[in-house]
Design a protein around this ligand. Structure first.
Ligand code: UDP
Length: 402
């Protein structure tokens, strides 16, 4: 049974550099610079502003919310997930309460389909997928035993994506649902990727087709951008958009919270960590084009990984027109937006070098998906941001008590 687990990278902590010693402040306001107006920068900035500190948030792009930015499509009026699908799900009640304090969440369950080998299947792999794929009518225990027979049980401690797949679903399901999709998504062989990527997906021996099994799941009524704007809406916070980081800013602030790419902070001088970027090919339709929000394409010869029909992310709204994105993944060049840290098995050494450098940086804390080079979900990003802010406050209190 594949369980969904968090991406724990070798040697890359969530908070790379937590200061032990803060300047002696004695109740004085500290000046924080958040580089990046995504979830990490907004949540940490908010907490520090609430504690009376002075917070500036910059972002090189012209909007807040980072890659969970949403906006209405001008032609159809549909709320679009501009940088690809983002579904909020968590087991962390404090995180759920936090986001609900800033926006209304509407009920939403992520149900994904996959078109592969000429048929449409239900994801994540569940009893319906297994029975349909193998042309059987098995009950849960029968399916479990059947899949165990297909699995390569000689793999006892799967390290790579492929080993994880062969161990838990066997070659046929791997070939149909994971191999081609993963080659397209990551641009390399699944033998070069860590097992942790596949551990994101469950395999179910019942008919539950909810992509996530967290207690809380939903979609912000007006999209993610107003939610992040609400988090940033505090008199102690100044937001500057279209403002890239300039090293001269270091001297003007007591502490920097960096949520840009970890290697970007160091001008990539040891080499570049691998990221994937995405291209979206927009098209419109009327009515309902594909019948669901996300349709994955498992076949290798279909060049895109998935098609997103954005109106299905807001089922409480009604729009005649529909806007869809075909999603293509490719290597991230210097001028592209980084989406996914690749974390190739053989990339660990470079990552460890950057992490060591980051740990030695005074006055900078590295956070978030890009700042810690991990494949983080939104809820984990928020949890870590809350914890980082709390650790800052604890350190500052300790310092001012001296
Ligand atoms: N994956 C796959 N086939 C699918 C869906 C996912 O092989 O139909 C693999 C793929 O490698 C992907 C990973 O599982 O990158 C995690 O999938 P998830 O749906 O969590 O990806 P995200 O929505 O974050 O891109």
């Amino acid at each position: 049974h594949l369980s969904r687990c968090r991406d724990k990278p070798a040697g890359c902590a969530a908070r790379v550099n937590m200061p032990q010693e803060w300047p002696k402040i004695g109740g004085v306001t500290m000046k924080f610079l958040m580089v990046g107006a995504g979830l990490s920068g907004a949540v940490i900035g908010r907490r520090m502003a609430e504690a009376g500190h002075d917070v500036t948030v910059i972002d090189s792009r012209n909007h807040v919310a980072g890659n969970c930015h949403t906006e209405r499509d001008p032609e159809t009026g549909v709320m679009v997930h501009v940088y690809g699908p983002h579904i909020f799900h968590t087991d962390d009640e404090a995180v759920w309460n936090y986001v609900n304090a800033f926006t209304t969440f509407m009920p939403y369950k992520n149900r994904v389909k996959s078109t592969t080998q000429g048929q449409v299947f239900s994801l994540p792999v569940n009893l319906h997928t297994i029975n349909q794929f193998f042309g059987k009518t098995m009950r849960p225990d029968e399916a479990r035993a059947f899949i165990e027979e297909q699995a390569d049980t000689s793999i006892t401690d799967p390290q790579t994506f492929e080993e994880q797949a062969l161990r838990f679903v066997g070659p046929d399901l791997y070939e149909a649902f994971f191999k081609g999709y993963t080659e397209k998504q990551w641009g390399c062989s699944p033998t070069e990727l860590p097992a942790s990527i596949l551990k994101r997906l469950p395999v179910r021996f019942n008919y539950d087709d909810n992509y996530f099994f967290h207690r809380f799941q939903g979609m912000p009524e007006h999209g993610y951008t107003p939610m992040v704007e609400a988090i940033l809406d505090h008199p102690g916070i100044t937001v500057s958009l279209s403002t890239p980081f300039d090293p001269a800013m270091k001297a003007e602030h007591d502490h920097i919270v960096w949520s840009g790419p970890l290697d970007g902070y160091f001008d990539y001088d040891l080499g570049r960590l691998g990221y994937r970027t995405l291209d979206f090919e927009r098209f419109t339709a009327s009515g309902d084009w594909q019948g669901c929000a996300v349709m994955n394409y498992g076949d290798r010869d279909v060049p895109f990984t998935r098609i997103t029909e954005h109106k299905h992310f807001s089922p409480w709204e009604s729009h005649e027109g529909s806007v869809l994105y075909r999603e293509f993944s490719r290597a991230c060049g210097p001028d592209d937006i980084p989406y996914y840290p690749i974390r190739m098995v053989d990339e660990k050494a470079l990552l460890a070098d950057y992490v060591a450098r980051a740990e030695g940086q005074d006055g900078v804390t590295f956070v978030g998906r890009l700042g810690t080079y991990r494949y983080l979900d939104m809820d984990v990003t928020i949890r870590e941001a809350m914890d980082t802010a709390q650790a800052f406050l604890t350190a500052l209190e300790r310092q001012s008590a001296l």
